[in-house]
Design a protein around this ligand. Structure first.
Ligand SMILES: [Mg+2]
Length: 229
C-alpha cells in the first residue's frame, strides 16, 4: 500500500508557531516502520528546511513531498524538482537590473518578484524591462502590485504532488493508495486519490464530502497507523 500523510494537523497537532510542531520520536519510529512495510509519503506545504526543523533527518525509507507538491525527496535526497523546471533563468533580467540601483529581484518558490520601491529613476523603464522579460518567458500569472511586479510560474497543489509521487514510485495502478490529511489544501489530493480508486481520510469532524471517512484527531491517526504497520 502507498500511504500519503499530511504533516501539520495530521502527524502533529497544529501549534501556534510552525517551528513548534516537532514530531514525537516514538511516533517518528512508527512512521519509519510503516514505511518499511508499505510505502510512506509525507506530503506538506512546508519547504524542506522548515520541515527538517520539526521532523529532523528524514529516514531513507520515507518519501517526502514538499512545497505543496513541487519537490519529492527520498530520505534526504531530492529526486524530483518540479519547481526548478517551472522557473525561467533569471540571469538576463538580473543583468539588466544591475544598472538600476534601488531595484531588487526576489526569488521565491515558483515565482519571482521585482521590487522597485527604492528606485529613484524612471519607473516606466523598470516596468518595460519586466514586461519584456515575461513576454519572452510567459508565466501563468502576472501580479502588478504597489512598486512590485510579480510573475508566477509554478502553481502546485497536493493533488499534483500525489500524481508526481506516484510517478516517482512507479505506481502500477493496482497497489492500494491511502491519503490522510486535515486541511483544505488536502482536498485536491483527496479528489486525485479517489479518482484513481484510493481512499481519502480526513482528520477532524465533520469530514468534507471529498473524503471517504475521518479520524477524529492526531491521536486517532496514530492508533489507525499502528494497525497498518
Ligand atoms: Mg495539515
Amino acid at each position: 500500500m502507498i500511504i500519503f500523510l499530511d504533516y501539520d494537523g495530521t502527524l502533529v497537532p497544529i501549534r501556534e508557531f510552525p517551528y513548534l510542531a516537532v514530531i514525537d520520536p516514538e511516533r517518528k519510529k512508527l512512521i519509519e516502520s510503516l514505511a518499511r512495510r508499505h510505502k510512506a509519503v509525507i506530503i506538506t506545504g512546508r519547504d524542506k528546511r522548515s520541515f527538517s526543523r520539526v521532523f529532523g533527518k528524514v529516514p531513507e525509507d520515507i518519501y517526502l513531498v514538499t512545497s505543496h507538491g513541487a519537490r519529492v525527496y527520498r530520505g534526504e535526497q531530492l529526486i524530483e524538482d518540479r519547481l526548478k523546471a517551472e522557473m525561467p533563468d533569471l540571469t538576463p533580467l538580473r543583468e539588466r537590473l544591475a544598472g538600476l540601483p534601488g531595484t531588487f529581484l526576489e526569488e521565491k518558490e515558483g515565482c519571482f518578484a521585482l521590487h522597485y520601491r527604492s528606485f529613484k529613476g524612471n519607473e516606466e523603464e523598470v516596468i518595460r524591462i519586466f514586461d519584456e522579460f515575461v513576454s519572452g518567458n510567459p508565466p501563468l500569472k502576472v501580479i502588478k502590485g504597489k512598486k512590485v511586479l510579480e510573475a508566477v510560474y509554478g502553481e502546485f497543489d497536493k493533488g499534483k504532488g500525489v500524481e508526481t509521487a506516484l510517478k516517482v514510485l512507479s505506481w502500477d495502478g493496482k497497489e492500494k493508495v491511502l491519503y490522510i490529511g486535515d486541511d483544505t489544501t488536502d482536498i485536491d489530493a483527496f479528489r486525485k486519490v479517489r479518482e484513481i480508486g484510493g481512499t481519502a481520510l480526513y482528520v477532524g469532524f465533520p469530514p468534507p464530502p471529498e473524503a471517504d471517512g475521518f479520524l477524529r484527531d492526531v491521536e486517532e491517526v496514530y492508533r489507525f497507523l499502528s494497525y497498518l504497520k
